[in-house]
Design a protein around this ligand. Structure first.
Ligand SMILES: Cc1ncc(COP(=O)(O)O)c(C=O)c1O
Length: 339
């Protein structure tokens, strides 16, 4: 526990994100909860995208805060800025900003400015975005803190695991104590209510070597995405996500947005049954999950519409070019039949 590989892995994150502190933990969910506890969200509100993974809300709940859901901008897959403004109250403490599927919003400067103006902690959820950048800014370098996931499908994996990066030495200290039972490293005494949230050496060692391959992984994912883009552009029935030159996505997923006239569930079934291809939507909107239905205020339409029409195609480092071509061909054929 907490040996040389955890330290080496943390140093690789400091170097990559260009921040002074990185704290390894056992998952991104843990990373989020530690940050939310640090920013004192208990009894307050946290702005969270409705188009994300449920854990962004559960972490708020476990930290004693209340999640307030914000609708999606369908162009960026991040916050709708007007809805973000509408949702701020005197109780708002923090924002969880998710770089969904590894894409960073071209409205990033407005989001950072918004958090500053309202004096809110800005926590980047980089579970999908390790290695992504926009205008040269790394995902994780823009907010007050950033959280990463090493779950098996993510950009790098340790089985499960996570990381926090920050410029804030007090958060560094807080996280280091909380992750190991709340113990003060100098006195050895327990001064906080902590947990066993550290990343053990076995997983840290895997993570260290995975990080060494991150640039190769990113290059392969981007090459696959470019090929999909070439094969699918100007095809009827779907829209490609707009990726400008300034944006270097991590491509955790490669998603297209289907026209409203295409029945996505039938398409997914046909791809699977006729072609053996696994495709799926990005996520169910969080407010459609049973436990968070009470957060559905009936005005998160853009999230519902965009996620409901999203389709993620196979994307992983070991995918070969021929398979990418077969997927694109099958998709074009099957969509035509449904138009
Ligand atoms: C956006 C997002 N945030 C956080 C998490 C949680 O990551 P972990 O499994 O490491 O807790 C996930 C998991 O898929 C995710 O998609």
């Amino acid at each position: 526990m907490q040996g040389p590989y955890a330290e080496k892995l943390e140093q690789l994150f400091c170097d990559r994100i260009a921040v002074p502190h990185a704290i390894s933990v056992n998952s991104c969910t843990t990373a989020l909860e530690i940050c939310l506890q640090y920013y004192g969200v208990s009894g307050g509100e946290v702005l969270v995208p409705s188009g994300s993974f449920v854990t962004d809300i559960s972490a708020v709940t476990w930290s004693g805060g209340e999640a307030v859901l914000v609708d999606m901008n369908p162009e960026t897959l991040a916050f709708d800025l007007e809805d973000l403004s509408r949702k701020v109250t005197s109780k708002t403490k923090a924002i969880i900003w998710v770089h969904l599927i590894g894409i960073m919003s071209f409205e990033y400067a407005q989001i950072v400015e918004f958090a500053r103006k309202h004096d809110l902690a800005l926590i980047e959820d980089c579970a999908h975005a390790l290695g992504a950048s926009i205008d040269g800014h790394q995902a994780g370098a823009l907010g007050d803190a950033a959280c990463y996931s090493f779950y098996p499908t993510k950009m790098i994996t340790t089985g499960s695991g996570g990381m926090i990066t920050t410029r804030d030495s007090a958060l560094d200290r807080f996280a280091r104590e909380l992750r190991i039972f709340g113990r003060n490293p100098e006195s050895g005494k327990v001064g906080r209510v902590g947990n066993d949230w550290f990343l053990d050496e076995i997983r840290a060692c895997v993570g260290y070597f995975q990080m060494g391959e991150l640039d190769d992984f990113l290059e392969r994912r981007r090459a696959i995405a470019r090929r999909y883009d070439e094969l699918l552009q100007n095809q009827p029935g779907l829209r490609l996500l707009d990726v400008s030159d300034a944006l270097k996505p991590a491509y955790y997923q490669y998603a297209v947005i289907l026209d409203g006239s295409v029945n996505r569930e039938v398409l997914i079934g046909n791809l699977r049954e006729k072609h053996g291809i696994a495709a799926k939507g990005i996520y169910l909107p969080t407010h459609k999950e049973t436990i968070f239905e009470h957060l559905d205020n009936g005005a998160l339409e853009m999230t519902e519409d965009t996620l409901g029409r999203s389709l993620c195609l196979p994307m992983f480092v070991g995918l070969c070019d021929n398979y990418v071509e077969s997927v694109a061909k099958a998709l074009i054929t099957e969509i035509r039949q449904l138009l």
